[in-house]
Write a new protein. Structure first.
Length: 326
């Protein structure tokens, strides 16, 4: 019974957090990107860059002169996104590479293909994600939110760290941008039940995956600082954005959402602005370990700063994806 009550409380907390965000967005303007420096010669990977915020991030980074690799699991959609950006910006520095974050094998194959090309990597934007899907598992048997949103990006980032390190310099650090969410404030992370098998809740699973990404972000930045590596890691909260992520809302929530979309929700371009800022702004050079919302440094949940939990999650994640711990 208590587990059921925890699921209900998680559901309520998630929607209360959503209401808070919408009220903020009602009374505060969306962050407007400043003029950003050109990024000629730099290479970026954007996961989930074929549509929504990911597409807007990819398009803007290309417009700044970056060579952008869009990573996604829908090849036709990816090639269409590449063509659209090329036609709009008259640029060829954008391409699509297949990767399914719900498959650890696919992530490893993507990294092998990317490294085989000998390209540097200056920016990694971990943007892809799913939200509120019915209970399902990844190819490797992990709960889908945790496996795709978090574990897939955990493995991808770790496998690309060597390239990010060699591409960064003390005065021009490589950057990792991790997309989190305000839902993390209501997230719980039980290392004994990361798969949510005791009491599955799509709302709780999504919130947990976003909390896990924050714990990962902070711990990774601490590691980079301790080793003196020229890699900066920042987490981003895009706010509530009108994208396909909300397609899995329950019917009453879908009906309630429709009349308020234009008034309360950010557009994909607005939602992408803080991630673009984190990826390219000169004023963030050498600055990491931030949680950015609407272009500003913000405090994340108290539990996200728990260094003991960060370390325990890191060790467990390494074991789950088959990585040697540093």
């Amino acid at each position: 019974m208590w587990r059921f009550l925890l699921c209900i409380l998680g559901f309520i907390r998630l929607y209360l957090d959503g209401v808070k965000v919408l009220l903020y967005q009602l009374f505060n303007k969306s962050f407007i990107l400043p003029d950003l420096p050109k990024q000629n010669g730099k290479v970026a990977i954007v996961t989930g860059g074929t549509r929504g915020m990911g597409y807007e991030i990819s398009r803007h980074l290309v417009s700044l002169g970056m060579h952008v690799v869009i990573a996604g699991n829908e090849e036709e959609e990816g090639l269409a996104a590449v063509k659209k950006i090329q036609n709009e910006l008259n640029q060829v520095k954008v391409e699509f590479m297949f990767m399914d974050l719900a498959s650890l094998t696919s992530v490893r194959q993507f990294v092998q293909r990317f490294k085989a090309r000998g390209l540097p990597l200056h920016v990694l934007v971990n943007n892809a994600g799913i939200m509120l899907v019915p209970e399902r598992s990844t190819v490797d048997g992990f709960e889908l939110h945790f496996g795709l949103n978090y574990l897939g990006h955990f493995l991808l980032t770790n496998l690309l760290l060597d390239v990010l390190k060699t591409s960064g310099k003390p005065e021009k650090c490589s950057r990792i941008v991790i997309m989190s969410s305000a839902t993390h404030y209501g997230g719980r992370l039980s290392l004994d039940d990361l798969q949510g098998r005791m009491c599955y809740s799509a709302h709780g699973a999504y919130a947990q995956s976003k909390l896990a990404l924050l714990l990962f972000s902070y711990h990774l930045q601490d590691q980079m600082w301790a080793r003196g590596d020229s890699v900066m890691v920042n987490a981003v909260d895009p706010g509530m954005v009108d994208t396909a992520l909300y397609d899995n809302l329950c019917s009453p929530a879908q009906l309630a959402k429709k009349p308020f979309v234009k008034l309360l929700f950010r557009t994909p371009a607005e939602g992408a602005s803080t991630a673009i800022y984190a990826a390219a702004a000169s004023e963030l050079e050498g600055i990491g370990g931030l949680y950015l919302y609407n272009g500003c440094k913000t405090e994340s949940s108290a539990i996200s700063y728990d260094e003991r939990l960060q370390t325990r999650l890191w060790k467990e994640s390494c074991a789950l994806v088959g990585l040697q711990q540093a």
